[in-house]
Design a protein around this ligand. Sequence first.
Ligand SMILES: *Cc1c(COP(=O)(O)O)cnc(C)c1O
Length: 376
Amino acid sequence: MEHEPLLMIPGPVPIPQRVRAAMTRQAINHRGPEFGAAYADTVRTLKTLFGTAHDLYIISGSGSAGMEAAVANFARDRRIVSLVNGKFGERFAKIGERYGMVALLESEWGTPLDLAGLERELEAGAEIVTMVHNETSAGIKNPAPEVAKLARKHDALFIMDGVTSIGGDDVRMDEWGVDIAVVGSQKCLAAPAGLAAIAVGDRAWDRICEKRPFYLDMAAYRKSGSGTPMETPYTPAVPLFLALQEACTIIEEEGIPARIARHRRMADAVRAAAKGWGVDLFPTLDARHAYSNTATALRIPAGVTDKDLRGTVKKFGIEIAGGQDRLKGRIFRIGTMGGIGAQEILATLTAVEFALKKSGFDAGAGVEAAAEVLLG
Ligand SMILES: *Cc1c(COP(=O)(O)O)cnc(C)c1O
């Protein structure tokens, strides 16, 4: 029997059969009531996951398209302060540089953000703040409520990348005061890659830029999305929309609080395994800072190579992720997003424990520690 590889990377994640089946349907008219209803239904669930009552639209494009749409429509020719502590924060800053004037506040990857620096830049007149909520490259969760508060205090707009937090961790866009937030389909939503959703609050609409992109014009998305049936400006990736709708149905069936609790438990299990093995987590954080609940970054112990570690794990049909850019060869990452449960976690951790030992590392009882967490 041929087994599918188990993807335990921080996206894309395994796609439930029902979601895959939704993609194989005959074509439908994207200007018709059936598509409009599917779009509206998906938007309804996504708004709950974002914690917003504001407008939300779905873009045909990956998470980065959502990040670019946010910056290109709301930050053009404006003073942006970009908080960076990993690869995706860096990407947000690079997008900012294409459209506006960026003040970069970079901390060591995986270390807490420079909030004092942020306050200084805001006092000096920054109009836009960009931040990645869950920095997937480093396994750290950044303090969205605090950053939102500072942005509000200085009347700046806060654009948040929620690509790997929304749908897997607690996000309260409106309560926190986030002006624009973005998610990608292939992460915690467990849908196929290729869609981004962007939510836009009233303060942001009031300040939408005069000069906007054509394909990603958010005013056009708003216009097409405000009628019945709900539409997109141009032909959307219809099969992906239908798949995302089914993924949202599965999310509703599980219940959002239960889903978030499950993501937390899975990440807790991985962290317990790390402790049991004697492997350090990559970020070194005190109690005031938070580890990611959707992707865990671990340091590769001395004497073990990335190639051997991930190569051995892959021999069992399981894929975990390495480090990106400057973290390549130094860390490995285990994604626990989407529909991942105890079965997948135990299989993955068993393979990692074996691989560590095979490379000569004297790993402690990590699987056992994780199993205790999973039992609850
Ligand atoms: C995956 C990811 C993105 C988007 O990447 P795409 O490849 O464009 O989907 C953005 N931000 C974070 C934090 C991510 O993990």
